[in-house]
Design a protein around this ligand. Structure first.
Ligand SMILES: Cc1cc2nc3c(=O)[nH]c(=O)nc-3n(C[C@H](O)[C@H](O)[C@H](O)COP(=O)(O)O)c2cc1C
Length: 325
């Protein structure tokens, strides 16, 4: 399939694996890129720019296809050394960066000077328009369904995607709630040029996470995610568990006065405990409503091949037949 996104990134299929903390290591990124999609290493999971440089090298050893690095601009006071992370990306010869969180505006000149294509993840149309204005090459439009940070507007993709199509000139992919061929075809129908998946890629053979995480995704359904950190205006969609119940109880009792210190142990340092140790009740880890659509743990290649084959069947079969009828 050829879209503006496959052309922009030099990939075979319009499927991107979004950056995921403690999931987006070289193993997963390379598997996605080798399968014809765009794999993405999560920059800040590597504790230092030097470690990111090594991870990029490791990924390059595993694939000769294009892959990207995610840089998440955090709202926190103690900022990671972003210029050094960007230097590691440029020196590593990576040509695609997925930015997320705060606007990448101040880093655009450096990224562009290095010939890097920037896809910024946005949860609103106004942020998408801003991304286009500051020179981003594409946008990942992340609906309210998404795992991770859906923003504070709560607009799901059935509205957000056509709105983005009406306003943007640069290409965009649909993100949040994407799992299969139905997601891809529907996104294309709404004006997207491809799709970005997070949660779906965790339940794959190559995802380098504890089996308990994959099992939890298989067992969960679309009712099992929760929104945490709403009182802090840093909303995150996570999988419910004992730690998340505790967190929500604290938020309920403190209301608008909730401070990050009140919930710190249930949101900070949780990822290695979940993803590496398999401690599923440790606290908040991102997970999308799309868990309700995930029922197997295929290889990344089987997943992507299945999506592309079924997408073609959907268009040439079901949709054509409806027109012919
Ligand atoms: C476990 C997990 C960790 C994530 N970590 C990050 C991150 O560090 N940076 C980021 O930009 N997005 C992160 N995301 C969001 C994904 O890149 C993607 O936008 C999102 O998962 C899409 O929604 P979906 O899960 O419904 O596919 C994370 C998502 C998950 C599920």
């Amino acid at each position: 399939m050829r879209t503006r996104i496959t052309e922009l990134f030099g990939i075979k299929h319009p499927i991107i694996q979004g950056g995921m903390h403690f999931v987006g290591f070289a193993e997963l990124a390379a598997a996605v890129s080798n399968a014809g999609g765009l794999g993405i290493i999560t920059g800040l999971t590597q504790q230092t720019p030097e470690k990111l440089a090594k991870e990029i090298e490791r990924c390059r050893d595993m694939t000769d296809k294009p892959f990207g690095v995610n840089l998440t601009f955090l709202p926190s006071i103690s900022q990671p050394p972003y210029p050094e992370y960007i230097a590691a990306i440029c020196e590593g010869g990576v040509k695609i960066v997925e930015t997320a969180g705060r606007s990448p505006e101040q880093y655009m000149p450096t990224l562009k000077a290095a010939g890097i294509k920037v896809i910024h993840k946005c949860t609103s149309v106004r942020h998408s328009i801003k991304a286009e204005a500051i020179g981003c090459d594409a946008v990942s439009v992340d609906g309210f369904e998404c795992g991770g940070h859906p923003g504070e507007d709560d607009i799901p993709n059935m509205i957000l995607l056509p709105r983005a199509a009406d306003e943007l000139n640069i290409p965009f992919v649909a993100s949040g709630g994407m799992a299969d061929a139905r997601s891809l075809v529907a996104s294309l129908a709404m004006g997207a040029e491809g799709m970005n998946m997070g949660t779906r890629f965790i339940a794959t053979r190559e995802a380098p996470v504890h089996d308990n995480v994959k099992r939890a995704i298989l067992e969960a359904n679309e009712l099992d995610t929760r929104l945490v950190m709403r009182p802090l205006r840093n909303t995150e969609r996570v999988l419910k568990n004992v730690g998340v119940d505790k967190l929500l109880e604290i938020e309920r009792s403190k209301g608008a006065n909730t401070k990050i210190q009140d919930i710190h142990e249930l949101v900070a340092g949780v990822y290695p405990r979940v993803m590496v140790d398999g401690d599923m009740d440790a606290g908040a880890w991102s997970c999308g409503m799309v868990v309700g659509l995930i029922n197997d743990i295929p290889s990344v290649k089987d997943l992507i091949d299945r999506i592309m084959t079924e997408a073609e069947a959907l268009v040439r079969g079901r949709l054509e037949n409806l027109l012919a009828a």
